[in-house]
Design a protein around this ligand. Structure first.
Ligand SMILES: C=C(O[C@@H]1C=C(C(=O)O)C=C[C@H]1O)C(=O)O
Length: 389
């Protein structure tokens, strides 16, 4: 067998618990036919492993899965002998019964790490490599009374037409493990020579009452702090894509975009590749991590994330997506997601911190970002805002 493919089916409980599926505004795709793991590795070897995978599996194959947040971490990619349109099971399914939901860290602990990051920024002022932005995350540990129905959860997330609802089988320690989420953020799509990215950064919550909802939207539109936070991401993506492209720009500028639970600032970036066969996986690897999930300068933000965050991100804030043999594909920022093993799940949410951020407001923002996943799990969407420890 080709050294770049490993047959994982034997070590997983059921053959069905392999592969990935994605459904969203750009269409749906799931693995089909024979599905195998691509030998895992760090991002720097992704191009070689993807090329070897297609050389072994042929031009009908599709490679996809999850890239971890850490560039040096091990990815989890699947190669499927053919791709199938995703047929989401839209049969309404009862969510599992909840037993407990525990914030890790407690909201007050999260506010403290935000305050620490702000002190680093203050201390840095004037330095050439000053920390300008850092994205800090917190988690909720959810325990259900029975196994969480993964496809049912994904179907509930997919009810929001603004998100791409995904599931990726992950290497489980004892039994099946999945990354499941509904991402509103396109890291990169590549179709022929065309490349598109749609970064989001800058957030405010959706409100039930239309007047309050419009106020939340206009407060975000006029927030200087959020515009600053957003502009860093756009600049980074334009700079990173530019060597790969003949032209790249953001012709429509920055606008407001929404999911069912959040408003965001968003910018559509478009370009034409110099080499139309550039694999989408390579573009995703070049862009990851953007300042929408890490910070600027990236190395300093990354170090501080490791020092301050109590729970390892693993696949949260990495990327999920797919790549075909001709390079076409789409990758999404792995946010609004949970790492699910049987009857427990870890939910993640982060917020961008810049000078001027307020720890309490960032704690509330992360609370609001849990809403979509909590609602899909059958819990009140504002549960995270009510938890204190
Ligand atoms: C980090 C997350 O979201 C990112 C951070 C945002 C922000 O700080 O405003 C907005 C959208 C995402 O790029 C998350 O949802 O966990």
């Amino acid at each position: 067998m080709n050294a770049f493919l490993t047959d994982m089916a034997a070590s997983l409980p059921e053959a069905a618990e392999t592969g990935f599926a994605l459904t969203g505004p750009l269409g749906g795709l799931r693995t089909g036919g024979q599905v195998r793991r691509v030998a895992s590795g760090a991002l720097d070897s992704l191009g070689d492993r993807v090329a070897a995978g297609f050389a072994a599996a042929g031009p009908q194959a599709v490679i996809g899965g999850a890239l971890p947040f850490d560039r040096d971490g091990q990815d989890c990619l699947w190669i499927s002998s053919r791709r199938r349109p995703d047929r989401l099971s839209i049969v309404p399914q009862q969510p599992a019964r909840a037993l407990s939901l525990r914030p890790e860290p407690a909201p007050a602990g999260y506010a403290q790490i935000v305050a620490k990051a702000l002190r680093v920024m203050e201390h840095d002022a004037g330095r050439a490599d000053a920390l300008r932005k850092i994205v800090l995350a917190r988690t909720l540990h959810y325990q259900a009374a029975e196994p969480i129905p993964v496809e049912g959860l994904r179907a509930r997330l997919a009810e929001d037409p603004a998100v791409t609802a995904f599931r990726v089988a992950l290497p489980g320690v004892s039994g099946p493990r999945w990354l499941v989420g509904g991402s509103p953020e396109l890291l990169v799509q590549k179709k022929g020579a065309r490349v598109v990215s749609n970064p989001l950064a800058g957030s405010s919550p959706r409100r039930f009452d239309p007047v309050s909802d419009a106020q939340s939207c206009s407060a975000l539109a006029s927030s200087e702090k959020d515009r600053r936070e957003h502009a860093m991401v756009v600049e980074f993506i334009l700079d990173t894509l530019s060597p790969w492209c003949r032209n790249v720009s953001a012709p429509q500028g920055t606008g407001l975009t929404s999911t069912r639970s959040m408003w965001h600032l968003g910018t559509r970036i478009e370009g034409d590749l110099k080499d139309p066969e550039t694999p989408s996986a390579l573009l995703a690897a070049a862009l990851h991590p953007t300042p929408a999930v890490c910070g600027l300068p990236a190395a300093r933000a990354n170090d501080l994330i490791h020092q301050l965050e109590a729970v390892d991100r693993e696949f949260y804030a990495g990327a999920v997506g797919w790549c075909a043999a001709d390079g076409d594909g789409a990758w999404y920022v792995a946010i609004r997601c949970a790492d699910i093993s049987g009857d427990c799940a870890r939910l993640y949410a982060g917020a961008g911190i810049v000078p001027g951020s307020d720890p309490a407001a960032e704690t509330a923002e992360t609370g609001n970002k849990f809403a979509a996943m909590l609602a899909a799990l059958g819990l009140p969407a504002d549960t995270a805002l009510q938890l204190n420890d």
